[in-house]
Design a protein around this ligand. Structure first.
Ligand SMILES: [Zn+2]
Length: 112
């Protein structure tokens, strides 16, 4: 049960889920699960060049040629990636292509 967050009020971990809320058994504080889930989502939102929200498994195309750092490989504009994986960080999209696996910035991608 370690994925239940500690109480935001007293920081003890004697907490349990109750419907849509978490409840702290020590101080009686209740807080909604959704609130925390939404905060996480807001942080994790990744948008493509057009501002569309990307999700795991989306298909995208490259909107420009991208040179792969430390190699002579160039990923061509228009290259399609069948299924992306969002990983967070600076280069937040993990793209599996014929040429290999690359971490790309969402701003160079367009959802198809
Ligand atoms: Zn508490």
């Amino acid at each position: 049960m370690s994925n239940i967050p500690a109480c935001p009020q007293c920081t003890l971990e004697n907490t349990y889920p109750d419907g849509a809320n978490y409840v702290c058994a020590d101080c009686g504080f209740e807080w909604p699960m959704n609130q925390i889930a939404e905060a996480d989502d807001a942080e994790a939102v990744v948008k493509d060049a057009n501002g569309n929200v990307l999700a795991n498994g989306d298909a995208v195309v490259l909107i420009k040629d991208l040179k792969v750092k430390g190699s002579s490989t160039v990923l061509k504009m228009g290259t399609k990636v069948k299924s992306i994986r969002l990983v967070g960080g600076d280069h937040e999209v993990d793209c599996k292509m014929d040429a290999g696996n690359f971490m790309l910035k969402a701003e160079f991608l367009k959802k198809v």
